[in-house]
Design a protein around this ligand. Sequence first.
Ligand SMILES: Nc1ncnc2c1ncn2[C@@H]1O[C@H](COP(=O)(O)OP(=O)(O)OP(=O)(O)O)[C@@H](O)[C@H]1O
Length: 372
Amino acid sequence: MTTLQLENIVKRYKNHTVLDNLSLDVKDGETLVLFGPSGAGKTVLLRLVAGVIDPEEGRILIGGEDMTDVDAEHRGIGMAFQNFALFPHMDAFENIATPLEAKRSSADAIKAGVHRVAKLLKIDHVLTHRPKALSNGQKQRTALARALAGSPPLLLLDDPLRNVDAKLRFEMRLELPRVLAAQGATVVYVTQDYKEAMALGDRIAVMSDGRIRQIGTPEDIYNAPADIDIARLFGDPTINLLDVTPNAEADGVSVLLSDVRIVLPGIPANTAGKSCVIGLRPEALRFVPAGTPGAIPVSVEAETPLNEKTVTLALTVRGREILVSRPAGTPGPASGSAHIAVDCASAFLFDKETGALIARHGSHTGTQGEAA
Ligand SMILES: Nc1ncnc2c1ncn2[C@@H]1O[C@H](COP(=O)(O)OP(=O)(O)OP(=O)(O)O)[C@@H](O)[C@H]1O
């Protein structure tokens, strides 16, 4: 294990600033996930840490030591990439053994080292196969095993599950925390998949346009996204975002949804009259019988059964689309008109102009029918 610190890193390609004064602290033994859309700068950041490319400005410290000008092979790093990058002329055993060979380990130590990680990744039965005789999942496990084999204190994993099918990705998402914990390394893990980020990260750094927009535990980010863009990135189906203009109330403010007044207590009264966006996660909405206090009338348009949930597309009385999700197999609404209730503890209010989170508060629904 070790620590990693990036201090004020600037990376440019010609006049394009890819990393913009970026600083980051990864703790000893932590798995930090770099999550963000394509082009955010995640791979460039990993390559800088690995020493494959150099920053224009800033410092990279590993275990407190300045490594900015140290060659890649002396940084004590293990890496695995999305394209596996296995040597085609070597079998799986020889591929996995390469970091141990580079360390000039004894033949016995190499054998023991390869078998340790092969067992951990459940590929001990294919060690004599060359890459062309391995399935994609086995290739990906071999690449991971190679990254782990030298027991590097710092492990950089660049979207290692990107090129495997959904079933394997799901399995590995469950399995990787155990593998990484057994390894005991400090890990920087890149992904574009928010579920992977939530499953694997002790903390997640959300990146876009070469900057870190928010950093925190998966729960921190899911429960208090710093802005609308981050709220949209986390969640499937994506969060419902509806324009609202809060009205002042004795206790906080209220907003109108399908002409039903929803009171959001504790939200600063100075948001009254401002253009805002309310964020409601589909799982924070549920269908309720007509006449339930605070029930919002909607019309049910379509239902999509997904694996573990069913998603309903509904329209408010003003024609705004709302997605409602419920566990698969639980009863849903009949088509036509229905009513939904908001799990008030899960409502977010954002500033429409800046996109910033104003507040996430417990709230309660008010009297029905007081349309503005
Ligand atoms: N060698 C290079 N020359 C010029 N521009 C580059 C180079 N490498 C990366 N870039 C640019 O840097 C930006 C960040 O790229 P990077 O590969 O880090 O994105 P990413 O977040 O890893 O995306 P993805 O998830 O798709 O891999 C992109 O705009 C890319 O075009």
